[in-house]
Design a protein. Sequence first.
Length: 324
Amino acid sequence: MTEPRTLLAADLDSQTLRVVRAIADTGSITAAAARLGYSQPAVSQTVRRLEQRLGMPVLTRVPRGALLTEAGDILARHAATVLRSIDSAAEELAELAGLRTGWVRIAAFPSASSTIVPRLIERMSADYPGLRFRYIEAEPPEAVQAVRDHTADIALTFSYPGDPDDPHGASAAGLTATPLWREDMILILRRDAGAGLSPDASPLALDSLAGAGWIAGCPRCRGHLLHLCAAHGFTPSIDYETDNVSAVLAMVEAGLGVALLPSLALASVPLPANVVARHPATPDSRTVHLVSAEASHRVPAIAATIAAIDALDTSAWGLATARS
């Protein structure tokens, strides 16, 4: 037997520990081999290699089997704990791989909270009852940062064309940003607010509302409104600002101004009787994106959630695919 040396954790492995534990339980190499489904020579060879690494014997052969030495007893005692932990980890990983357990954290902008997110979680919960979800509402820059900070796994965001502060640019470097849908922007006004407003749902020239007061939303939505109106030759007079869609519609109904809202914002809030929606004569839209870490597709629960988002039927919300 070689001289004992300093033992490293790397000298031990789960297969070797299972062999030692089986010998301790059965009292012989032959019985241990039968329990493990190995050949007797394979078990004997495993023991010999272990003893060479340890520099000390782990068992003593006796006429009716084998007895563990003090070193063997130590290994057998710790093997029970180590193997239970390994088996438990393997079971949990199998649960994750089989989508029987796991967490998915989602961040999304306000108008997705009452449309995309409930439908998504409902579908995922039906298909994978063991998965659990956390949701936070956040505007696109904060949602992208949540993915970067690992406080969210998936973010639903939006961008306007020509937005100088597009959160899917430099701030999303190292992440995956995938355009999903194109979302129409809709003019909202009181029925008697538009000059020459036709009784049908025909598009409305944006500059016909140049003299109206405007109700704006979040800072990025307000920036888009200013940019869009400037392209049509006027600066909107923004008298009120709120992210609350119901409040916007109530203000419009009260004659306090007109607004430009995305189709998702209107999908779950009915228009008041005296309020109408019109597409701009020059079509306007924004793009909904999905932002995730680049390795997300390797996590089963996240990959399944991304696939479910991609498969959602969004036609009822006025969304059209943004994929080329």
